[in-house]
Ligand binder design. Structure first.
Ligand SMILES: [Zn+2]
Length: 341
């Protein structure tokens, strides 16, 4: 079932409803936004808005709604790159160009949802332009992409562009608990791991759903505990030997170390944010008291310099510097910096 408050994007939904009610839904709509921000759900919602017996509301229960929800409607056609393919080629667009002139079966509209529209080749986009120039009255094209800038200007200029919004942690939490048994289990068994899964999703419901998978959630939680340990070591002016020992105890592969350093950077970002604006909305710290405790002891210059150090360590790892060499250098530089401030 899809309901509007489930998927956020209230202003966008308001515009879609208003257009559907006045029969002014544009023939071409671009929905742009990051992975997991609900573009596919919104596209289906719009198809239901146009087809539902209760239009311009969505009941999720009538025959038209049920068919769309089950991906079973002959009048809602999804085009995607297809198995193992990276691009949408001109063949897919040629199919749309001939199919669009066959009138809808059940509904008043025929809706084409083009997933990863930014993956259309230029040739495909040029072919698509021809349909956009003179579409049949009943046709609606919904193009989904991360950024509409990746589309040809000629395509973009013929469409109405809507951007999906990032979801707040509260919205993601509510949504996950409503739809996912895994989320409920994690929330009950390990509230911290649940909170981390939501925080590290960066506003994306799709990513949050991946993050609550038990193995992933456990890994993120242990990564967090390790990062917090290093943050506390800096706070307590630990020795170079202890810092090196800590870094050496981590899983020694570049992908893991990179995720570790990235999370560590989020911790530094929280500290800086708190120091500059007293803002305690965190992307890393689960416990506000930890943030305050750390922020009280570290100067702005120190936090900035450590951030640069972490950036340059990540860069060395990407440029094929030996892992052990990079970690040893990081430990001694962190220590040298620690004794400077
Ligand atoms: Zn309905």
């Amino acid at each position: 079932m899809i309901t509007a408050d489930f998927i956020g994007n209230n202003e966008l939904i308001f515009s879609l409803k208003r257009d559907a009610a006045s029969g002014k839904t544009p023939h071409a709509i671009i929905l742009e936004g990051p992975y997991g921000s609900g573009k596919k759900t919104l596209a289906k919602y719009l198809a239901m808005l146009l087809a539902c017996e209760s239009s311009p509301e969505v009941c999720s229960k009538c025959s038209a709604c049920r068919k769309i929800l089950a991906d079973n409607s002959p009048d809602v056609i999804t085009i995607s790159p297809g198995d193992g393919k990276v691009q949408i080629g001109v063949d897919s667009v040629r199919f749309v160009r001939s199919d669009v002139y066959i009138k809808p079966n059940d509904n008043d509209h025929k809706v084409y949802i083009i997933e990863s529209a930014d993956k259309m080749t230029h040739e495909a986009q040029n072919a698509f332009l021809k349909v956009l120039e003179e579409p049949p009255e009943y046709a609606v094209f919904i193009l989904l992409c991360e950024s509409s800038d990746a589309l040809l200007v000629t395509v973009k200029s013929r469409a109405t562009v809507y951007s999906t919004e990032r979801f707040s942690s509260e919205t993601i939490t509510k949504h996950l608990l409503e739809i996912s048994p895994d989320a409920n289990k994690l929330h009950a068994d390990s509230p911290d791991a649940f909170k981390l899964a939501v925080m590290s999703a960066n506003g994306s419901i799709g990513r949050a759903l991946e993050n609550i998978e038990p193995l992933k959630a456990e890994q993120t939680h242990s990564l967090y505990m390790s990062c917090l340990e290093l943050v506390m070591m800096l706070r307590k002016r630990a020795s170079a030997f202890d810092i090196l020992n800590h870094l050496s105890s981590l899983e020694q592969n570049k992908v893991f170390i990179d995720s570790y350093l990235l999370m560590f950077e989020s911790a530094l970002f929280d500290v800086m944010n708190y120091k500059l604006s007293n803002n305690n909305v965190c992307s890393f710290f689960l416990d506000e008291a930890d943030l305050e405790y750390v922020a009280a002891a570290l100067t702005n210059t120190f936090v900035l310099e450590v951030t640069e150090l972490i950036e340059s360590c990540r860069y060395s790892l990407l440029s094929n510097v030996n892992l052990q060499t990079a970690i040893t250098a990081l430990a001694s530089e962190l220590y040298a910096m620690r004794s400077k401030f």
